[in-house]
Design a protein around this ligand. Structure first.
Ligand SMILES: C[C@@]1(CC(=O)O)c2cc3[nH]c(cc4nc(cc5[nH]c(cc(n2)[C@H]1CCC(=O)O)[C@@](C)(CC(=O)O)[C@@H]5CCC(=O)O)C(CC(=O)O)=C4CCC(=O)O)c(CCC(=O)O)c3CC(=O)O
Ligand SMILES: NC(=O)C1=CN([C@@H]2O[C@H](COP(=O)(O)OP(=O)(O)OC[C@H]3O[C@@H](n4cnc5c(N)ncnc54)[C@H](O)[C@@H]3O)[C@@H](O)[C@H]2O)C=CC1
Length: 208
């Protein structure tokens, strides 16, 4: 079955990860790009997970999961190596309508982790519907190899122009303008902010 990619704002959102092993670390690293308020509970931690948590100042406790740990959480990742613990976390989270990812059982997940292509604020999430994470991984590598690196910066620059451009021309001319600016910035990544603002003014003057 295909899953819908919902892009949500995780900044300062309380997210619980249960587990301190390799899989928990991979999920934590992935989430960290989106600046959530991570909290981790695990019976024990791998050294790499501990150094990651300390580096990012995330909170963690060394103990078994308890159902009260879900209180206040807006997303949960069950990443222990105990299938019955993961299943019970999933059951409890679903009862509270908290989005849950259980790393060992697709049927217990209300959302999946995508393979991620990130470039500044550009994010592509790839899912195989759980059939083959390695296919998702291969598609991510194709994007990494073929999408120009400059797109992330170009995207930020277009974002800065956007409020001003919205006041100009027509929807059709604004669309054509953005396509043209993307080509221009791919060719001339060093173009200054002033030159770009000037280009924008001249483009819409000619339109009228
Ligand atoms: C359903 C899902 C649930 C979820 O975790 O959200 C899930 C489930 C499982 N994965 C397992 C194994 C592996 N997972 C990976 C890698 C990734 N797994 C990821 C996501 C997902 N994995 C979700 C579906 C995503 C989709 O729809 O495509 C990625 C994309 C995101 C991430 O986790 O960061 C990341 C690649 C990121 C990248 O590189 O870009 C590798 C490869 C490797 O390690 O290099 C292996 C070993 C090879 C293999 O087994 O396929 C097993 C154990 C199977 C067993 O025991 O045999 C289960 C449980 C099961 O299938 O029952
Ligand atoms: N979804 C995915 O992408 C993948 C999923 N997996 C699955 O992930 C599972 C975990 O794998 P690893 O991280 O390699 O295991 P691991 O053995 O490295 O770590 C397991 C962690 O769970 C903790 N734990 C166990 N019981 C607990 C409890 N009751 N409360 C709190 N913490 C508890 C342990 O202390 C440990 O930190 C595997 O069983 C496998 O099925 C494996 C590879 C990829």
């Amino acid at each position: 079955m295909a899953y819908f990619p919902m892009f949500i704002n995780l900044e300062n959102v309380p997210v619980l990860i249960v587990g301190g092993g390799t899989t928990a670390l991979r999920k934590a690293e992935k989430l960290s790009y989106f600046k959530p308020r991570l909290h981790v509970i695990a019976l024990s931690y791998q050294p790499a997970m501990l150094s990651f948590l300390n580096k990012h100042h995330y909170s963690y406790e060394e103990r078994a999961f308890e159902k009260e740990d879900l209180e206040g959480m807006q997303m949960v990742i069950a990443a222990t190596n105990d299938a019955s613990v993961n299943a019970s976390i999933a059951f409890l989270a679903k009862a509270k309508h908290i989005p849950i990812n259980s790393v060992d059982d697709l049927d217990h997940c209300s959302f999946l982790f995508p393979s991620l292509y990130t470039n500044e604020d550009i994010v592509c999430g790839i899912s195989s519907g759980g059939h083959s994470p390695v296919i998702s991984q291969e598609i991510r590598k194709i994007l990494e190899a073929q999408v120009p690196d400059d797109f992330g910066i170009i995207n930020a620059r277009l974002g800065k122009l956007r409020e001003n451009v919205k006041k100009k021309g027509t929807m059709a001319s604004r669309k054509a303008f953005y396509h043209q600016v993307i080509d221009l910035l791919l060719e001339e990544p060093e173009m200054s902010e002033e030159a770009l603002a000037d280009y924008c003014e001249r483009y819409f003057q000619n339109e009228d």
